[in-house]
Design a protein. Structure first.
Length: 204
């Protein structure tokens, strides 16, 4: 039962990603690449600071969606970079003593950072796998459409050749009939002439 539902759900996810990617640029390198990641993580940090105070915990709650979006839009490298930025924000801002970096802060945030880093890596590479599967599917679909178009073209050419052959055979049959008619006429005319000449001799 679940195996039958997996394929439609996976196609739905890929379709959602494809529709989302319509609104993103085709080139995900250079300045745009880094600016987009910084903007996403900055928005994630801003939302986290708005929804709860610094000492409320849940330091990664808005960073996970930002990492996911970065991986969807720009690929796994962007997801990994967003994960590292999230680690820096979570360690520096949300780990006591807040807004500081020290050995104590690194020790306090070590395990939570390891969990977030692992999740970020898993999310980034999982989405990258989906990207590659989608690209492979699109390539196979393109090749299938091209093969179908070539097959239709070959069928049209074959039908055209068959029609031309039928027309040629029909013309040949008509020519043979015409030739037979001419032979009949050629055979009847001499006979008629001899008949007329014999009739003329007998009358004289």
């Amino acid at each position: 039962m679940f195996s039958n539902l997996a394929a439609p759900v996976y196609r739905l996810i890929l379709g959602s990603i494809d529709r989302f990617l319509i609104f993103t640029p085709k080139y995900h390198t250079g300045i745009y690449y880094y600016l987009l990641i910084i903007v996403l993580m900055g928005l994630a940090l801003l939302v986290r600071l708005i929804i709860a105070p610094v000492n409320a915990g849940l330091q990664y709650v808005t960073f996970f969606p930002a990492v996911t979006l970065a991986a969807i839009i720009c690929g796994y490298r962007a997801g990994l970079l967003a994960t590292l930025i999230g680690l820096v924000f979570a360690t520096y801002i949300f780990t006591p003593p807040y807004y500081s970096i020290s050995i104590e802060v690194l020790q306090t945030s070590f395990w939570s950072n390891i969990v977030f880093l692992t999740d970020g890596i898993i999310i980034s590479f999982s989405i990258e796998t989906m990207h590659r599967y989608r690209q492979k599917y699109q390539q196979e679909l393109k090749e299938s459409k091209l093969s179908e178009a070539n097959a239709m073209k070959l069928n049209e050419e074959l039908e055209k050749q068959i029609a031309e052959r039928k027309n040629t055979e029909l013309a040949l049959v008509e020519a043979m009939h015409e030739l037979k008619k001419r032979r009949v006429v050629q055979h009847t005319l001499p006979c008629g002439g001899r008949t007329r000449s014999k009739a003329a001799v007998s009358s004289s």
